[in-house]
Design a protein around this ligand. Structure first.
Ligand code: ADP
Ligand code: MG
Length: 239
């Protein structure tokens, strides 16, 4: 298990959390060589100007709170923000929504917006019988409505990863069907192996992490960026 993984799990457990927060999850992905957007965490609105100073617009603003799991359901993700003024306005809007719902604990993740591309999901579960299993599918309706996903028991090789993608009913979209630009399947295969390969994050973390959800990864012709990440911890045995 990597030092980054140990540290992230220890910090989350110390605070009594049952999951890593998004900034910690993304730091962990980056430590395994998976690209994530450049970002900063701000504790309050006052820290936004300095957080923005090293980032390139357009920006994405998200709330970080253990009480907010599906951020979009709370209106707590704002994309395509072009200036400090737009970020500040978005933050005020999210605060009003959270206040109305009685959600107190929060900080802010401000990050660069990934270039538009195909949204892909990579996930992992630890099966009591088979151990860590990796999953992938195309984002949105493909996964949620059509359940168009493929699974493998870890560890996987590059050719397993390529097979997982070609098994998807939506696979033609990876090749640029329906007027879309083809995307880098190599970048996606890299991520699958960095997660589910022999030294992969999912493979190595099965003692500590029960579930991983990277939803979505945005894939373009040039590469792949994980723009959301959720890691759920195993129940602590020592209580
Ligand atoms: P949720 O908790 O609702 O799943 P996400 O972090 O996945 O929140 O953000 C919701 C959507 O916003 C994503 O599915 C993606 O389409 C878009 N998005 C989020 N972050 C970025 C980013 N950095 N760049 C581009 N699009 C993003
Ligand atoms: Mg998401």
């Amino acid at each position: 298990m990597s030092a980054e993984l140990k540290a992230a799990v220890r910090i989350a457990r110390t605070s009594g959390a049952s999951a890593l927060d998004e900034p910690a999850g993304k730091k962990l992905l980056a430590s395994y060589g998976i690209r994530v957007p450049a970002s900063h965490v701000a504790k309050s609105a006052a820290e936004i100007p300095s957080a923005l100073s090293t980032l390139k617009p357009p920006y994405v603003l998200k709330v970080v709170s253990p009480e907010v799991i599906h951020k979009s359901d709370f209106g707590a993700v704002k994309v395509g923000l072009k200036s400090l003024a737009e970020v500040e306005r978005a933050l005020a809007e999210i605060e009003a929504t959270l206040d109305a719902k009685g959600i107190g604990e929060r900080s802010w993740l401000i990050e660069e917006m990934a270039s538009p591309g195909l949204e892909v999901v990579v996930g992992g579960v630890v099966d009591p019988e088979f151990g860590p299993m990796i999953m992938t599918g195309l984002g949105g309706v493909f996964v949620e409505v059509m359940k168009d996903v493929s699974f493998r028991i870890c560890p996987i090789t590059r050719s397993d990863a390529a097979e997982m993608l070609s098994e998807l009913r939506g696979a033609p979209l990876l090749q640029g069907a329906r007027g879309r630009a083809p995307i880098s399947t190599d970048a996606l295969i890299d991520i699958l192996v960095k997660m589910g390969g022999e030294k992969g994050l999912l493979t190595e973390s099965a003692d500590e992490i029960v579930e991983i959800d990277i939803n979505p990864i945005i894939v373009t012709a040039e590469g792949a960026t994980a723009v959301d990440a959720r890691f759920i911890l195993q129940h602590s045995v020592e209580g």
